[in-house]
Ligand binder design. Structure first.
Ligand code: B4P
Length: 192
């Protein structure tokens, strides 16, 4: 199995690149953002609780997302590998993921971290907000809060994986195809 984390701030291209990477490598895409939005649209109690955090640009509590990921891992035995998109977003989530994977005798192969400047992130998310219908994309204050949450709670996740030498920085500005090619080059070096 080859398990990959696609990492980066909100709007860095994680969702965009994940779609292309799963098509190329046959990985199972696990996006906590997509899982949470699905809970919201189905009006589950988990979704209603998560919406309160997401609408303010705050992270959803760790136990909620860790539980979702744990169930998703169990529901997908025998896949070629997982692509984690938007998870882990805190050090507690990273430690929990390691434990869940260890139980399955698996581990993370690499974390690919997209680098994009803050102004470009805000520009991309406001543009997506014009059409996405996502309530967390159409308000600049909420977008800035998501970036602050990233700096305060999520950036440290890269340090967690750095201690195991698993982090590779990839330039996240350029065309979608250029960035995809750079990501594939890093993956190809690691899969046999
Ligand atoms: P997510 O759904 O993970 O969303 P995101 O980080 O905002 O977006 P992403 O990074 O995937 O978007 P992309 O750049 O592809 O999170 C939403 C919320 O859910 C969080 O704020 C939090 O509340 C909650 N949440 C999710 N996971 C959680 C967790 N683990 N713990 C706690 N809370 C969690 O796309 C952005 C735009 O850029 C698109 O319009 C795209 O077309 C464009 N774009 C992409 N690449 C481009 C390029 N190269 N050039 C120009 N534009 C580009």
């Amino acid at each position: 199995m080859f398990n990959l984390i696609l990492f980066g701030p909100p709007g860095s291209g994680k969702g965009t690149q994940s779609e292309k990477l799963i098509a190329r490598y046959g990985l199972k895409h696990l996006s906590t953002g997509d899982l949470l939005r699905s809970e919201i649209s189905r009006q589950t109690s988990l979704g209603q609780a998560a919406k309160n955090f997401m609408d303010k640009g705050e992270l959803v509590p760790d136990e909620v997302v860790i539980g979702m990921i744990s169930s998703s891992l169990d529901e997908n035995p025998g896949v070629a590998g997982f692509l984690f998109d938007g998870f882990p977003r805190t050090s507690a989530q990273a430690e929990a993921l390691d434990k869940l994977l260890q139980l399955k005798k698996e581990s993370i192969g690499v974390m690919l971290a997209l680098h994009v400047t803050e102004e470009e992130l805000v520009k991309r998310l406001l543009k997506r907000g014009e059409t996405s219908g996502r309530s967390d994309d159409n308000n600049e204050n909420v977008i800035r809060n998501r970036i602050i949450e990233y700096q305060n709670k999520t950036a440290a996740v890269a340090d967690y994986y750095q201690q195991f030498n698993k982090v590779v920085m990839v330039e996240g500005e350029g065309t979608i195809e250029e960035i995809f090619n750079d990501l594939c080059a890093e993956i190809d070096k690691r899969i046999k």
